[in-house]
Each structure stands twice: as structure tokens, then as C-alpha cells.
Ligand binder design. Structure first.
Ligand code: GDP
Ligand code: IMO
Ligand code: MG
Length: 435
């Protein structure tokens, strides 16, 4: 089975958490390789709901080693709260390993995120205000502090003093805000978080390669998604990391030749939270219906998600950029009661038809979707357990997506619970590969 990457093909919230949990059964390690607590991954197992932000979605299985790799940005206060919450719910987090090279998020990152959004006014990006962008900016500017610095008070203070020396005048003069106090931060990060995180801090790259050398199976769990990718998304309405499959190499420290399978998690329609272009967005009653039935509200931020029809121009591009081997189509059940279902198969921009993604951002802003219309199935599929039980119209919809994408839809989600999925492939069973 080797290594598998789970990556979102849209603008996030496709159901990556649910499918990571499902696929983790036969894995040895589950690794988060980018993003931070801007992610909200939901798992529903035997009626219990878990909302994960930083801890990898494989954590529910005692045999898994969950890892937060170097490419993630970590707010240690949030991580410890998450560990505490999970432990209180009976989840054992003792095997969690956090890379010493992962960068830290500080209160001044969050403040900068909030103020940058305020400054942009109506042009705001709609970030999660968690400090993600400013933390990655500091990493790129080489003034970031890393998780390993929590274990070295002298270096921690020296680096933090340098940063605050530069930042505090900015907060005072530009943002009219009180300066950040080094001692207060040091007390929280070094004295409170450091000792609690110490047992978890380690060499994730070393552990990963040891595991691979021993034939272990590894699942890489993407956060965010292809169109929120800093390089390949709808810039500037993106996050500040690289969720695409290629991000695994940098964010976890393995070469591209180690990646065996890439599963694109694709919602049967699309949602987006925050600003930015969305050609197939529905601002009518059907859009409201998708929000209501799909419960499209942010897992952590509770923001209402914008909804629209599936867009196969986006999907085909995601197949290319991520070298997707399979799709997992999620939330098919949300479409149960629709008479007809539209799929955006091309764009029209200034009278010209585009079957592939226009490279120029303003073309995406002006793109008018070209739709194909398919019949709905008009019945409840949430209890369907295998392909042969699916209504013909639902199977046709899935086959249409496969044809448009050019890769197989190997798994299909028909409800939020772990067991609510169908193995749609006749050749592979990704969840139970050995059976
Ligand atoms: P992620 O960020 O990609 O992990 O997705 P989120 O957890 O933010 O949002 C997906 C939501 O859809 C969660 O509430 C899941 O419990 C739910 N979900 C996942 N798969 C399915 C499915 O197949 N059907 C339905 N109805 N809900 C699903
Ligand atoms: P998961 O992993 C959906 C969006 C924000 C905003 C943009 C930038 O649950 O799919 P940021 O705080 O990252 O600087 O915000 O990215 N965003 C997400 N949208 N799901 C997510 O994560 C997201 N993480 C960030 O709404 O538009
Ligand atoms: Mg989410």
C-alpha cells in the first residue's frame, strides 16, 4: 500500500477528515504536512463527533502514529487544548509527534492577521484570523521561531526579542495597539506550553523514513485544498501554504518518488468560505438548499459557506497538478432531493470557451459557467452500502464525474459517519486493500 496522499480538490471542507479517518485503518502513520488550525476536519464515529484542527485525523486508531510535520504552523496553546479535549473524550494522543522544525504561531501573528483584514476593508480575504499568513510570512522572511525553540529558553528569548523589537513600533505607530510583552509570551510558551509539549517534540522526517524503510504504510492528510494553494489557487484569495500533493515533499520531507497514490477528495457540489471567485456559485434557493442540507457552516469558525454546482474545469486541473490517481466523491447524499443536477463542464469568457483553467486570474473572475444537466435520483441514499444498491441516476452522476475528470471515483460518501461510504471501484478497495 505504501504512501497515500489525501488532498482537497476544491476550496476546502470536502470531507478530507472523514476519508483520512476511513483510510487510516490500514496505515501506520498519518501525517499533516501543511496549514495550521485554520483547518477543521470532522470525524463522526459511532455517533461521536470529533472536530480536529491540528491533530491528524488518524488519531482515533490506537495503532497509528499521528505526526505534525515541519510544514505545519503550530499554535502551541491551541494544540494543547486540542490534545486535552481529545483526551477528555477518551482519545489517546500520547503517540503524537510534532516536528521540532514546524514554525510557531504567536499572538502577534494573529493580531497582524486581524489588522491586515481590517485594513483591506471590502477587499478582505476572509481569512480564519488564526495568524496563519503572518506566521508563514515570518518563516519565509527567516525570522520565525520553531517548535524546537520551546526547549531552549535562551534562543527563544533572543529570537523573540529581535522580532518584537521590529514589530512593536509597527503595532504602536501604524496600528495604534499596545506592544506585545516578551515576558508574558515567554511565560505562556516556555513555562506553560514547553514542558507539556516536550514529550511530543521529535524528528518527524527521521521517523517517517524509518517507517518507510520498514515497509510501513503512511497517509498524508492535506488541509485546505488545491484552490487555496498559495501557488496554484485563486491568489490572493488563498491560504499561505501548499496543500497540493507536491506540498507533501517539502512539508514532510520525502521525495516525489515515495508517493504511491493521491486521492482527490471532491464534494459532489462545491463550497467556499471566505472571499474570491467562484464561477459556479449559486446565490439562489438551490444554493440555500445545499447550505441547509449539507450543513455548510465552518467546522470551527461557524461561517456560512458559499455553495455551487460541481465544476469539472477545476477538477480536471486538480487532477493534473496533483497527479490524482483516484477521487473520493463526498456528500452525494446532499443532492438526494434535487430534480436535476447541473455540472459546470467549461467556462465562457468574453465569448471564448475554456475547457481548461484560464491562467489569468481575471478570466476566472469573469468566467460564465457552461452547464450540463443531469437527472436527480429523488430518494434517500444515506443507507446505501454498495454500488449495486445505488439508484441508476446516482451511478450515472458519478460516472459522468469520472469521465469528466479522467480518473476513477473509487470511494463515495453518502453520509457523515465513518461507515457511510461506498466502494465504487470494481478493481480496488482503498479502505480494505488487503481484503
Ligand atoms: P474537511 O475540512 O475537508 O475535513 O471537511 P469538514 O469536516 O470541514 O466538512 C465536511 C462536513 O461534511 C463535515 O461536517 C462532515 O461530517 C460531513 N461529511 C463528510 N462526508 C460526508 C458525506 O458523505 N455526506 C454527508 N452528508 N456529510 C459528510
Ligand atoms: P479545511 O482543512 C475552508 C480559507 C479561509 C480564507 C483563506 C485564507 O477544513 O478544508 P487563512 O486563515 O488560511 O489565511 O485563510 O482560506 N480557509 C479554508 N476554507 N477550509 C479550510 O480548511 C480552510 N482553511 C483556510 O476561509 O478564505
Ligand atoms: Mg474543514
Amino acid at each position: 500500500m505504501g504512501t497515500t496522499v489525501v488532498v482537497g480538490t476544491q476550496w476546502g471542507d470536502e470531507g478530507k477528515g472523514k476519508f483520512t479517518d476511513l483510510l487510516a485503518q490500514d496505515m501506520d502513520m498519518v501525517v499533516r504536512y501543511q496549514g495550521g488550525h485554520n483547518a477543521g476536519h470532522t470525524l463522526v464515529v459511532e455517533g461521536n463527533t470529533f472536530k480536529l484542527q491540528l491533530v491528524p485525523s488518524g488519531v482515533l486508531y490506537p495503532h497509528i502514529t499521528p505526526m505534525i510535520a515541519n510544514g505545519v504552523v503550530v499554535d502551541p496553546v491551541v494544540l494543547l487544548e486540542e490534545i486535552k479535549r481529545l483526551s477528555a473524550a477518551g482519545v489517546d494522543c500520547s503517540k503524537l509527534v510534532v516536528s521540532g522544525n514546524a514554525h510557531l504561531i504567536f499572538p502577534y501573528h494573529q493580531a497582524l492577521d486581524v489588522m491586515a483584514e481590517r485594513h483591506l476593508g471590502s477587499n478582505k480575504l476572509g481569512t480564519t484570523k488564526r495568524g496563519i499568513g503572518p506566521a508563514y510570512a515570518d518563516k519565509a522572511a527567516r525570522v520565525g521561531l520553531r517548535v524546537q525553540d520551546l526547549l531552549d529558553p535562551k534562543i527563544f528569548r533572543e529570537k523573540l526579542a529581535m522580532v518584537l523589537h521590529e514589530r512593536n513600533p509597527l503595532f504602536a505607530k501604524v496600528y495604534n495597539r499596545l506592544p506585545f510583552d516578551l515576558e508574558a509570551i515567554a511565560e505562556q510558551y516556555l513555562d506553560e506550553c514547553g514542558p507539556l509539549l516536550k514529550p511530543h517534540i521529535g524528528d518527524t522526517v527521521g521517523l517517517l523514513h524509518q517507517g518507510l524503510e520498514h515497509g510501513q504504510n503512511v497517509l498524508f492528510e492535506g488541509a485546505q485544498a488545491m484552490y487555496l494553494d498559495l501557488d496554484h489557487g485563486t491568489y490572493p484569495f488563498v491560504t499561505s501554504s501548499n496543500p497540493i500533493a507536491g506540498g507533501v515533499c517539502v512539508g514532510a520531507g520525502i521525495g516525489p518518488r515515495y508517493i504511491d497514490r493521491v486521492i482527490g477528495i471532491t464534494k459532489a457540489y462545491i463550497s467556499r468560505v471566505g472571499s474570491g471567485p467562484f464561477p459556479s456559485e449559486l446565490t439562489d434557493a438551490v444554493g440555500d438548499h445545499l447550505v441547509d442540507v449539507g450543513q455548510e457552516y465552518g467546522t470551527n469558525t461557524k461561517r456560512r459557506r458559499r455553495c455551487g454546482w460541481l465544476d469539472t474545469v477545476m477538477l480536471r486541473h486538480a487532477v493534473r497538478v496533483n497527479s490524482l490517481s483516484d477521487l473520493a466523491i463526498t456528500k452525494l447524499d446532499v443532492l438526494d432531493t434535487l430534480d436535476t443536477i447541473k455540472v459546470c463542464v467549461a467556462y465562457e469568457v468574453d465569448g471564448e470557451r475554456y475547457d481548461t483553467m484560464p491562467y489569468h486570474q481575471s478570466a476566472i473572475h469573469r468566467a460564465v459557467p457552461v452547464y450540463e444537466e443531469l437527472a436527480g435520483w429523488g430518494c434517500d441514499i444515506s443507507g446505501v452500502a454498495c454500488r449495486s444498491e445505488l439508484p441508476k441516476a446516482a451511478e450515472d452522476y458519478l460516472c459522468f464525474i469520472e469521465e469528466q475528470a479522467g480518473v476513477p471515483a473509487s470511494l463515495v460518501g453518502v453520509g457523515p459517519q465513518r461507515h457511510q461510504y461506498i466502494n465504487f471501484s470494481s478493481t480496488v478497495d482503498l479502505v480494505n486493500p488487503t481484503r
